[in-house]
Design a protein around this ligand. Structure first.
Ligand code: MN
Length: 258
């Protein structure tokens, strides 16, 4: 990934001055240095790719919809512009708006996204907040897990850990595909760091590895809205295409080092 331009970095730093985004000084330093940080979805990253010019703003709450880190058409034909447009501008936007409404006037409004997820997990009367917070985190992470002309050979440090855990790239692909296609109903298929070793895992609905003590490295959205317009019921075709042509190994390598 190429580093952010000075303009991007300064935009990021101005954003970081807003305490409600929950961005820490360390993350600003990382962003300024051109490193992508493992992120809460609330924050704007100093991304290498072009932001979507049509990215809508969401106002009226502590959380904001991050722009796609690439143009809506940039992942075509793996994921069409139509799918990305609906997914980001309608689905993700709605999670952010619902989260803002749900936390308005409560102590949670001032909390970082990961903290909200941790404190509302498994709390019955906070399920609405948990689900929208989880989906905001997961989608923000998903956009960064993809990139135009992705796939291919991972950075050496990541490749070493893949071989260690799965034997080969094919081994990882096979296990990730199995997790994605065996997730019953809506959910997510992840590459995580668990106790220092890579692992593949799946979560249902808005759940993520954050509540399991695992560090997320990459995710694939397997809700039907992520692929149905392009692949209909062929979830495996979508996952295979993402892994071969759109997965962002560089993002995983960056997450390993943070
Ligand atoms: Mn989704």
């Amino acid at each position: 990934m190429r580093p952010p331009t000075p303009g991007q970095a300064s935009v990021y730093m101005r954003t970081a001055t807003n305490l409600r985004t929950g961005i820490t000084r360390r993350e600003v330093i990382l962003a300024t240095a051109g490193l992508v940080c493992l992120g809460s979805g609330a924050r704007r990253i100093a991304s290498a790719a072009e932001p979507s010019p049509a990215a809508p703003a969401v106002s009226g709450g502590p959380f904001t919809l991050p722009p796609l880190p690439y143009a809506e058409s940039a992942l075509d034909p793996v994921i069409s512009a139509t799918t990305l447009g609906f997914h980001h501008d309608k689905h993700h936007k709605a999670y952010v708006e619902n989260l803002n409404k749900a936390v308005a006037g409560t102590p949670l409004a001032d909390q970082p996204l990961e903290k909200i997820i941790a404190t509302t997990y498994g709390v019955a009367d906070k399920a609405g907040i948990y689900n929208n917070a989880g989906q905001h985190f997961n989608h923000s992470f998903y956009w960064k897990s993809l990139r135009p002309q992705g796939g291919g050979e991972p950075p050496a440090v990541l490749r070493h850990k893949i071989d260690e855990a799965f034997g080969s790239m094919e081994g990882l692909h096979k296990e990730w595909l199995a997790a994605a296609t065996s997730q019953f109903g809506s959910g997510w298929a992840w590459l995580v760091l668990d106790g220092g070793k890579l692992a593949v895992t799946k979560t249902g609905n808005a759940d993520s590895p954050l509540t399991r003590g695992q560090k997320p490295l990459l995710t694939i959205d397997v809700w039907e809205h992520a692929y149905y317009l392009d692949y209909q019921n062929r979830r495996a075709d979508y996952v295979n295409a993402v892994l071969d042509k759109a997965i962002n190994w560089g993002f995983a390598a960056d997450n390993l080092s943070v």
